[in-house]
Structures are given as C-alpha cells and as structure tokens.
Design a protein around this ligand. Structure first.
Ligand code: PLP
Length: 391
C-alpha cells in the first residue's frame, strides 16, 4: 500500500520552541503579557480590526459574544444546523434558544432566505459560519435582517485571513470569533480571539474576559484599582500560548499560499469527476476570498458517500465526513422545542467528503491529488452500488 496521508498535520513555523523558551525564562507566564499584546496588535493591523482580544478558544469567544450582547432567557439566535456544537452551546449556556436554519447548496454557508423564515420578534442575533474559510453572503443576510435590531456574530473559527469584499472575516459583523485549535490554519493548540469594531462591546468584553472585573483598564493605567463590574469568567490564554501563536503568525503568508496550492491541485484533478456528474465541487462566490481551510466535495448520490470514504481510506487517503447536523442531535431532540426538518442540510451533510489539506502536502500535491482522482474514478466506474458498505 502507498504511504498513508493523514487527514491533518500541524504546521510548524520553526520558531515555536524559541518563543516558548523565552517566555519560560521570563517572569510573565500569565496572559495579556508582552507576547499576548504583540499578537493582538499583529492581528489588529493585519485584519484592520479596531479591537482584538485573544481568548482560550473560539468556543469561549462565542460565549463572550452572547454575554456582551446581553442575550438570555426568551431570546432566539439563528444559526446553521451544519456547524460545530460550540455555536449552539454559547447560546444555550445563556439560557437562550438556538434556532437552526438551512445552508445553501452552492457553498454550505447560512441560507439568508431560510433565516428570514426563522425570524420572530424574539430573534436577537444571527451567527453565520464561514464554512471552509468561505464568507457567508453578508449582503443577502443584512437585506433580510436589516432594521430588526438583530446582531451578527461571525463564527469565523475557520476563517482567519479570509475576506468578504476586501474586509477581513471576523470584522464584518458586530463580533467575530476565531479559533487557533490545532485543526485550524494557524494554531497554538487551543486558542481563539474575540474581535469587535464596537467600543461598547469591547469594554464589556474586557470585563467578561477578566473575571467580570475592570482589571484590563487598570493594567493600562486608566484607573487606580480594579473591582467586580459584571458577571465574567477567565478567558485569557497564557503567555506560553500567545508565544506559539506569534511564531505561527510570522509564517501566515507561507501557510496560506501552500494551502491554496494544494487546494487548487485537488480542484483541478477532480474536474473530470465533476463533469461526469459524480461529485459537486465547492464554489467560492466572487465576493469571497478563501483562506483554504478545507477542501471538500459532495457525492451526487449521497448513499454512496460512506463507501467512497472507505475506498479512499483503503488507499491510504485520510478522507473524512464533517458535522452531524445539530437539529438532529440527541440534545436538540430532547431539550429544544422546535423540530423543523432541514432537508438541504441533511442531504449535504450526508454527502460531504473532506480531503487532507495542510502545508506539508505542498511538495507532493500532484501525487496526492492524483491518488484521490484515481480512487474516485475507479469507484464510480466499477465501484460497489452503494449501501453495501454503509455503517
Ligand atoms: C473549530 C470550530 C469551533 C471551535 O473552536 P475552538 O477553538 O476549538 O473552541 C467553533 N466553530 C466552528 C465553525 C469551528 O470550525
């Protein structure tokens, strides 16, 4: 068998060890130290964001977003069902109701038409996800929600360094949330960021992130002691993690370019399978500039997806599916009132395949994409007739 290609491999900039070592030699290991501040200003100037706060995860940034917007019991927040569980948990933890809407067939982002169907007088916020690093359709979304006092929180976990009409994702809505988990493009293991362009939300974010106190303003020398201002928690990552992030960010162009090149190689090799109607390839709308976080495609006959995954894995390609839609999850079924069917989401989730995509694949992109192509062609020309291998 040919060499196995794992689904993910962490990018090393080469600078992480030295960066961590210098923190360990210093007497500042806690968060908001010099490295943390440097990373926040790097992100701020790169992405043109007025406020950037590092957090312990994107999950925590999403929780902060719900807290600073004052979302609570009786409020509804619309989001795609096709997302990571943290999007919905953030809402639920404040006692509010997640309301699930469809995604669009073309790019798997939140469907603004279905959002408008799901809006009620209790809708307080919408959380679009930029799936695979491709922007949600903000023009269409704002057209539907405009004038109703609905906030937009971007779950930009996958979208660091991706753009909508030249604006960095994470800076378009009221709040943007990033992830630096080690499955994402830029990582410190576990980490995230909270972005906002609104001064009122930034002030509250500083309190919530620092245990509900105004200690951040105190550290800036703006007040002479700090105290309890609001409910809050501990969402500041340690200086050790910030140092890793700083080393990674120094290589962000290299990361982006190598991912793009590998992505394009898959796209090219799978063109024929698309023309034959076996699969549907991802679409990047012209308003979006991707950061190439995921390469995915949809199998036209969804019942054959699982056996195709099996064939790819047998050929050593670490291909995988993605989210199980949240509206169908055990928690949603037993604890959330609404039971809408979401047929488009269900079909797209059941037919999705993700391929390995990371900078290490750059030197062997032709070989890997060629192997994937061969498996797909063999599978659809002579493969099993579906169902037989379904687990
Ligand atoms: C990865 C991811 C998250 C969670 O990020 P963490 O940093 O692991 O908390 C949330 N939402 C989406 C869409 C993600 O892809």
């Amino acid at each position: 068998m040919q060499e196995p290609i794992p689904f993910n491999k962490i990018f090393r900039s080469g600078g992480e060890q030295q960066a961590v070592a210098s923190v360990l030699e210093s007497d500042c290991w806690h968060g908001d130290g010099p490295a943390g501040q440097r990373v926040e200003s790097m992100l701020g100037s790169w992405l043109k964001s007025r406020h950037v706060y590092l957090t312990t995860s994107c999950t925590h940034a999403l929780e902060m977003a719900m807290m600073v917007l004052g979302i609570g019991k009786g409020d509804e927040v619309i989001m795609p069902s096709f997302t990571f569980v943290s999007t919905a948990n953030a809402v639920r933890m404040q006692g509010a109701e997640p309301v699930f809407a469809e995604i669009r067939e073309s790019d798997l982002t939140l469907d603004p038409v279905d959002v408008s169907r799901k809006m009620t007088s209790s809708t307080r916020a919408v959380i679009p996800i930029h799936y695979a690093g491709v922007s949600a359709d903000f023009d269409a979304l704002y057209e539907k929600i405009g004038g109703h006092g609905i906030s937009v929180v971007e779950d930009a976990a996958q979208a660091v360094g991706a753009y909508w009409k030249g604006r960095a994702l994470g800076t378009v809505g009221d709040v943007g949330c990033f992830s630096f988990h080690d499955t994402k493009n830029i990582t410190c293991g576990e980490g995230g960021a909270f972005l906002t362009q609104r001064d009122d939300l930034a002030e509250k974010a500083e309190w919530v992130r620092e245990k509900g106190t105004n200690r951040t303003a105190f550290l800036r020398g703006e007040i002479d002691r700090y105290t309890w201002i609001s409910p809050g928690s501990s969402y500041i990552p340690s200086e050790l993690l910030a140092a890793v992030l700083e080393a990674q960010l120094q290589k962000k162009e290299e990361i982006l370019l190598s991912r793009k090149t590998v992505w394009e190689s898959y796209h090219e090799q799978l063109g024929e399978a698309y023309e034959k109607g076996w699969i549907r390839l991802p679409v990047v709308p012209e308003y979006a500039r991707s950061n190439y976080h995921i390469f995915h495609f949809n199998v036209t006959e969804e019942k054959r997806r699982d056996s195709l995954l099996k064939s790819l894995r047998e050929a050593g390609i670490g291909a995988t599916f993605h989210y199980i839609p949240l509206h169908d999850s055990p928690y949603a079924v037993t604890h959330l009132g609404r039971r809408d069917r979401l047929p488009v989401t269900e079909r797209l989730a059941a037919s999705l395949v993700r391929l390995p995509l990371y900078p290490d694949l750059l030197p062997r992109k032709e070989e890997v994409a060629g192997r994937v192509r061969d498996v797909i062609h063999r599978f659809f020309k002579h493969g099993s007739t579906g169902g037989a291998h379904c687990r």
